[in-house]
Structures are given as C-alpha cells and as structure tokens.
Design a protein around this ligand. Sequence first.
Ligand code: GCU
Length: 601
Amino acid sequence: MNRKGQIVKRSFLLVVMFVLVMVAAVNAGGLITNVDNRDITELDGIWNIIVDPFENGFYDYRYKEYSWGFFKDAKPRNEYEMVEYSFDDSETLQVPGDWNSQKEKLFFYEGNIWYRKKFDYELAEGKRLFVYFGAVNYEAVVYLNGSKLGVHTGGYTPFVFEITDKVRKGNNTLVLKVDNTRQHNAIPTVMSDWWNYGGITRRVLLIEEAGTFVRDYKIQLAKGSQKNIDGWVQLDGAKAEQEVTVSIPEAGVSKSFTTNEKGYAKFNFDANLELWEPGSPKLYKVVVKCGTDTIEDKIGFRSLEVKGSDILLNGKSVFLRGICIHEEAPLRHGRAYLKEDAEVLLGWAKDLNCNFVRLAHYPHNEFMTRTADEMGILVWSEIPLYWTIQWENKEVYNNAVKMLDEMVARDKNKASIILWSVSNETPVSEPRTKFLGSLADYTRELDPTRLVTAAMEKHTRGNNVEIADPLGEYLDVLGCNEYIGWYEGDNFGKQWVTPYDKPLIMSELGGGALQGYHGGERVRWTEEFQDRVYKGQIPMLKNISFLRGVSPWILRDFMSPRRPLPYIQDYYNRKGLISERGIKKQAFYTLQEWYKEKSEE
Ligand code: GCU
C-alpha cells in the first residue's frame, strides 16, 4: 500500500477508535442498581455442574489456559470425536445457593466448580441485555456461548456484564468457573471464623433495558440536612444528553435536569418530607424518567450526623440497640438468599427489641437491606477486611476499593444503612493503619452522607480499658469488639476510656452456649454461663459515657471450621442468642429486657 493509502487507513482507524472510546465512555460501566424494579428474567433454578479441583476445564496439561475448555460446552459431533466432559449428563446444583450445604461431598469442598445454564431469549430490536449476579464466592470467570464476558473477584457484592451483542435468539449457554479457594492475598484471607461457602450464592438475572436507560442514581438528603435532596443520575446509551425528571409524587416534587455528554447530571432541590426512622420507616415512591426509560424506587429520607460522642438521627440523639448477624439461613443449612430469610432474621432482631443490626462480616444480600428499610432497622454494613490482610499489597488495596464501590453502589439509597465499616479486628501496625485510614477517607468521599467506622480491639492499661487505636483518628464512629466474661476474665468493673471525642459502638461481645444445655453459671457452654456474661456486661456498658450503641455477637449460631468441639460445637460457633433451629437461649431474654428498658428511656 502506498504512503497515502497508509495515512488514510491510519486516520480511519483513529476515527473508529475515537468513536468506540466515546461509546464506551457513555456506556460508563458500573453496577445497574435497583434491579427488582427493572425488566428482569430470573435464571434461578437447576444448573448443571462439573466439580473440577484440578481446573482441568480451564488449563491444558502444560498449565496453559486453553481455548477449548469446559466453557465451550462442547459435544462430540460423531462417534469418532472425543469430548471428555458433558454438562448435559452432569449432576446439578440449585442456584442461588452455596454448594457446601447442597451436597454432603461438597460440605468441606474448596476449589473449582463449573456451572452451566441454558436459556432462550428474544431480544427486540434496539433493546439491550445484561446478565447480573447478586454474588459469587469467591472468583467467577463468566462465559456466554463460549466467549469470556469477564472475571469478578469478591464473594459478597453484585456485578454485571452486557450481553446485547452475544445473546442468541435461542439456545444460549451461560457458563461460570467458580473458585472459592482461600488465598493469602484475598479479602478475606485464609483466616475467617465463618464457613467458606462457595458457589453462585445469590440470584442471577437477565436485565433488559432500552437503548439508553437509567443505569444508576443517588437520591438522598444532603449531609446534615432534613429537606435538601442532593443527588445525581447516570444514563447509559447513545442518547446520553437527555432531559431527566426526578419526582416524588407524594411530596409534590418533580424536578427536571439535562444530562451531559456522558449521560450524567447532578441535582439539588428542597422537599418537605416525612423523615425515615425506626418506628416510622417512611418510604417514598421516587420516579426517575428520561425520554427512553423510566424507573421507580422506594426511598427513605433521614439525616445523620455525629456531634461529639453523640449520634444524631433526624437531629435527635439515638442509642443503637443492636445485634450482629451472619448471612446464614435462619432455619436451614447454608447461605441466606431469600426475602423470607431476611424477614425471619430481622424479625428475630425486632423481637429482641433491636433498632439496629451489624451485618457481619461482609455485605449481605439486597433482601436484607431492602427489608431493613421496610422494617425501620438501622444497619452497619462492612467489607471483609478481617484479621490478617496483606496491607502492603497494592492489589489488595485496589480489591478493597472495588468491594467498597460495589457495596456502596448497590445500597447508597437505603435509608437504613447508617454506617460503612472498613475492617474487623485487625492488629495495629503502620501499614495497616495507612491502608485502612486511606480507605476510610475514600469511603467518606464516596458517600459523605453516612458514617465511617471499623470494629477495632481494645487495650488494657491497669484498671482502664482503652480504645486508643490510631485508626480511630480516621473514623466518625469508634467500633470495638470485647469478650470480657468469655475469652478473658470477669473484669466487668474496668473503666473504659478513649482519647477520641467520638461515639462508641460496642460492635461485639458475648459468649457461647449449647441451646438446651443447663447447669451452674460457671459451667462453660451452659445457657446459664452465657447469660452470666450478659448479666455482667450490661452494667459495665451502662457505665461507658461515650457508648452510643451495642451489637452483641451474635443473633444465631453459625457454622465455622474453627469450632469443632464434638457434642457442643460440631462446627457451629455457639455465641448465638438463638440456636440453628430457631430456639431462643436464656441470654436472649436478658438482652431483650435491657433493650426494652433502653427503648423506654
Ligand atoms: C471475633 C470475630 C468474629 C468471631 C468472634 C468469636 O470478634 O470478629 O468473627 O466469630 O470473635 O470469636 O466468636
């Protein structure tokens, strides 16, 4: 090709690349939020699986990623051809749901399992299609019709891929390679006091959208305000610049804005609103509408701030009567993922006279935060930066930021969520405080309307118990885990002090008991022993002047590989106030009584 021809060709390529970049910019990735109010098709149900501990479906015998792996869902075309796997003839698992609780042979399994779902789809001209995963633990490699859509790491936050150009009219094959192997450079790492449930643990949805649609938005009261709504809308699609209307019909408010070339518009307007709070969890219908799409949501509006060692909700001092919860189904084995699971768990918390829950140690499924919004229960939500993290590994920091982004993106419009927590019980060191301090600052920048906290550890100085962790400097609210009466002696009389003029939430305390095992209050594992811990703790807590909340460990017994004691634990952590069969223990009523008094103060 002559020189002129080359220049023309390179110019053409540059133009094509520019257009592609612009389209990509407009289709700014990021989560699609409020999925339950979109045009969704659930891919839940029975999926075929292949257990693949040696990743034989991904690497060839030279350990090279091969092009003809299980994701091709291949079949022999004649009697001569050889294909050494078959999804059609393989066993199955229920999705959503962890694999550990579905098959005895997978109870302790850590490794790779391939999932396959076939589906037909008729996508109308001009429409777009996405595949959305509520969560997959821990790493997911996702394929559609044999081509890789992408990879997601992190077991507790949602992610989405566009499949508009890859979906076929009939007979689509969605394949995932799921790996829950614990890693030293993962979040959490190889150490956790909960079961490493693997699999597609939350819903899989197809989401159909218009060519240009409302992908995401934030609509909340501005920090410290009780009537100024501060927010933004993000459109996605070629018609990026449009007029968008945000309306709250019941409040008689409707405001219009024009999005920029990236489909983005910030806005700010006043509204007279009934404020959301426990006891009166008012949710408004909010409508976000543009020329090509309309989406409705239910959003509560409340103000939240810290004043010295006080927490103010809608300008009034609030005491958080809480309990910790792991994401385990209330009355069956394995991960919780149903709306009904959320209603039972949060119903138990209400029964305990709680107005607050700490969703430990990772973001729970969206039914939990939606139900907390509906029931008027305040929420502490956290990412699993737990115990032993590689603080000096930049990739780990970037992974933590991504998990935070995904947690905040999904739940940023949930009035119930008041606290984002960046860690749990991490030993003090310079790299750790640098890592978490930076993450705390990032969280506050990402969402200035909520409070940043962390569950730290206490330190004893003589007859004082001190909360002086340098991380406290970066937090709005101090969190502290302590087990006086269980792991350490009965020094309930110690004086609690802190150099910070900030509110404290005692984010863990308690002790274990096997439900139904009774004896003297100094007989370990009896309900009386556990109750004695609470009876010792409560007067001590009442004595802490800067205490503004408590979330004892934990609502319900839960599974952990760290708790093997036969006949007592049998791989359950027994610090629940309720057993795994839903039976309340003696200590439940002790805490319930104190919270009732607190609620009447
Ligand atoms: C720690 C930790 C929990 C754990 C609990 C326990 O505080 O945060 O995840 O389960 O103690 O020892 O039971």
